[in-house]
Structures are given as structure tokens and as C-alpha cells.
Design a protein around this ligand. Sequence first.
Ligand SMILES: NC(=O)c1ccc[n+]([C@@H]2O[C@H](COP(=O)([O-])OP(=O)(O)OC[C@H]3O[C@@H](n4cnc5c(N)ncnc54)[C@H](OP(=O)(O)O)[C@@H]3O)[C@@H](O)[C@H]2O)c1
Length: 290
Amino acid sequence: MLRSRFIVDSGTQLCCLIGDPVAQSPSPGMHNSTFRSAGLNFIYLSFRVPAAELEAAVNGLRAIGVRGFNVTIPHKAAVTKLVDTLDSISSDLGAVNTVVNDDGKLFGVNTDIEGFITPLKDKEIHLMHRRSMILGAGGAARACIAGLVHEGCTEFVILNRTNERASRMVSDFKQKFDFEAEVAPLNEENIARSIGSVDLVVNATPIGMYPNVSESPIPKNLLREEQVIYDIVYKPVKTKLIEYAETVGATVIHGYEMLVSQAAGSFSLWTGVEAHKGVMRRTVLQLLGV
Ligand SMILES: NC(=O)c1ccc[n+]([C@@H]2O[C@H](COP(=O)([O-])OP(=O)(O)OC[C@H]3O[C@@H](n4cnc5c(N)ncnc54)[C@H](OP(=O)(O)O)[C@@H]3O)[C@@H](O)[C@H]2O)c1
């Protein structure tokens, strides 16, 4: 039955976000507006959980019977050890951003991967046998690479501030996935050397993120119309990199599009109902001040 107004009662199902920090997250706004628009008796809260309290928090969420939760920095890897089962791609990736609680059994999933890929598919960007440049080698870069490999992208140039971290990620992934990767330090010289040979560039570093909004990981003179530039930073909505890419006529994908798609994946796992992405998108843009 559709609920015409929002009342929290004993039947309300709880979903939440755990991480540290969580104060700036748009997830509560996105999920609550979408629960309301779907007439679902669900509520979404966020909880700051320090690393030392993670196990107690996960056990507590299981004990009180939450329907599910999202996991953010710095717990995405650690939570894989605290759930009962994982889907195969989360297991390969070693990171979870969504947990579903089915009668006390915790199932870990990674909707960041689908969340990253969906905006590319929405723009009909074909990834099979493409060559991609990934800036960064953290948790988000791992999800992006796993998604791209899954879609048939076989060649990567991976540039990271700490070269050893990127090399470690590649040797780890090579045991699970079939792909080729060149790894080098993230600097202008290495970007200039490789950017002409790639179809897709993904910024999976926080360069350009609020408050450092005047920074771009790539200078404007290296961008071209035929490139696809995907900046997963979502605050601000129009990063300096996106602004430069638009100026040269490149195809751009904004970070908020990934944010909405990963949230839609979590929403449908918890509720069994497809999320209204238009409501999520409107809410997130409002929260990000657009
Ligand atoms: N749109 C979305 O839905 C979504 C989802 C997840 C993440 N994100 C965004 O993606 C970004 C990365 O998140 P993450 O989870 O991967 O973080 P993470 O695990 O902490 O990794 C951060 C990565 O960025 C690099 N980095 C950090 N500061 C840098 C700097 N000043 N200059 C150059 N490189 C720098 C790090 O390099 P080192 O290895 O050298 O430390 C590392 O490769 C964040 O901005 C986050 O907000 C967006």
C-alpha cells in the first residue's frame, strides 16, 4: 500500500551508512527521498563508526535487524571479513559497499562497480577491447578497473601518485582478471605520453574535489574532443577537469552519475523495488548545490 505521508512506526525498516567520516554524505538524502517517493516504509540514517568499533557495529546492526547498510571509507575492505557471504565480484575485488541482511545472514555486494559502468552504458560508450587510463589506485580505482575488465576492456594505463600501490593492485588483480596494464607515477609527463592512445580517462583520485576546486589532474591542453572523460569526484558537480573537457568538446561523465547508480543498486537490493533514479538525481544535485 502506498503511504501518502511519512510516519516512522514499528514497521519501519532501517537502512544506514557506516564509515568515518560520514557527515558530508548525500546518501541519507538520496535514499530517504526515494523511499518516500516510492511510498516505502523505510528510513536511512548515517553512523560514524571508527575502525576499532567496526566489528561491534556490524554485529549490532545484525542483532537489531536492520534491512541493510552501505559501507564507505575506510571500511569497504574490512567488512568483507564480517559478512556471511559475498557475491563473486566483491570477493574478487576484496571490497563491499552494500550489505543486505536476510534474517540475520549478511550478504556483501559491491554496487560501486555497476554504479561506475551504468553511466557509460547510458551514453552508449562501448568498452569491449578499449584502452583506458585510470588515475588513482585506491578503492574507487579498483572498482572502476574491475567493472571495465568485466565489460571487456583489456588494456589500461594506470597512473598513481604512489607507484608501488598501483603495481601491487595490478599484480593482485592479475591473479583474478585477464588484462594488460602499464603502471607509472601520476605526473604531467606520463599523462602526455599516454593520453593519445586511450579512449577513456577516469579520474579516481580526489584531485579537484572540494575545497581544492581549482585543481585538475590533467591540463586542458592535453584533452581532445574524441576522448571520454569520466571524473568520479562528485563535489563540485562540475570539476575543473569536467570544465576543461567540456571546453574541448569531449564526452563527459560526472561523478554524481556514479553516485546515483550505485545508490540505485543498493536501494533495489534492500527493497526489491527499482529505484526512481530521477528522484535520486534531483536530490543529490540539490544537496550538492546545483
Ligand atoms: N562518484 C562516486 O560514486 C564515488 C565513489 C567512490 C569514490 N569516489 C571518489 O573517488 C575518489 C577516490 O576515492 P577512493 O575511495 O579510491 O579513495 P582512496 O582509497 O583513499 O584512494 C585515493 C587515491 O587517490 C590518490 N590521491 C589521493 N590524494 C591525491 C593527491 N593529492 N594527488 C594525487 N593522487 C592522490 C591516492 O594515491 P596514493 O596511492 O598515492 O595515496 C589513491 O590512489 C574520492 O574523491 C572519492 O570521493 C566517488
